[in-house]
Design a protein around this ligand. Sequence first.
Ligand code: F0G
Length: 354
Amino acid sequence: MSWSGIIAAYRPLLDVAAIEPITLLEGNTPLIPLPRLARALNLEGVDLRAKYEGLNPTGSFKDRGMTAAITQAVADGAKSVICASTGNTAASAAAYAARAELKCVVLIPQGKVAAGKLAGAIAYGAQVIAIQGSFDDGLRMVREISATGKIMLVNSINPYRIEGQKTSAFEICDALGSAPDWLCLPVGNAGNITAYWRGFKQYHAIGKVTNRPRMLGVQAAGSAPLVLGHAVDKPETIATAIRIGRPARGEEALMAKDESNGHILAVTDNEILEAWKMLAEIEGVWVEPASAAGVAGLRKAAQQHPADFTGKRIVCILTGHGLKDPDAVIQRAPAPVEIPAELHALEDAIGVSG
Ligand code: F0G
């Protein structure tokens, strides 16, 4: 059967207007086995898999939420949409708004958005506004302006975003035949962890699965309000996607943790970068730095509580593609070796001469 996007696939389970969906055929992303990474992390007997959300049409999981939010915006007669974004929401909103013939305005924190995301938002024709402040400042501003009713907010405060994003939990259950034991994912504004938990609970409630996962939410140490228990005024991290100090759905994230008997923990930028490198070099899966936070958090949690993880089925959500943030690689690597266009130089360079 051909794939027609997440709304068509899960329509009866979604609270979204019953019109023709605005879709780029998002969803249906692969659940990739990571046996080498499991071995490298000493995860004994663990069935480790990655839900590779970077393979969505604009390169991140936001497309699941955006097909729902923009479809609803059209049904509600909106003419324009707005969001604050660390980059991925902006690119996704811009693409879906283009298909729906809506004007799209995106607010980004100046100088803190990865190149591939900014380029996407511009390419899809959004009006891009860089604010001299953080994502949190931008979110406050778009909340204020959308309260006037002149423009529709498509950040994950918008309930249709959560409806769309919960479909990834359905796909994981459909692929495995049950919910995993653990679900590990990065947490920024906390919409996605809210969405996954809602999805798992719904599938359980309607009898599609008999279990629910424990949720492991992971924040960057310099942007960890849910771990610290208070807002962070000047969030910092290399994982710019989750550089957020006042998560809009923070309360719901903490509820997901408590209800699932899970954890929310913080990892350092170095721990994120180590996990990020391992994913690419050991498994051939290149993601943007924030997306590796779930793996870094799993590594840390499994070191602290090994018995909770041994022999379990664990899914890490890889939220965005590596191409979103090429500078994260280029700036950390030596430039490629340059040689003359001659065979002997190539033989010398790769050590097969003589
Ligand atoms: N991973 C990536 C790649 C993201 O872009 C985001 C959020 C998250 C994880 C965290 O998800 O906010 O639902 O907890 N990016 C938002 C944006 C904030 O504007 O693109 P969350």
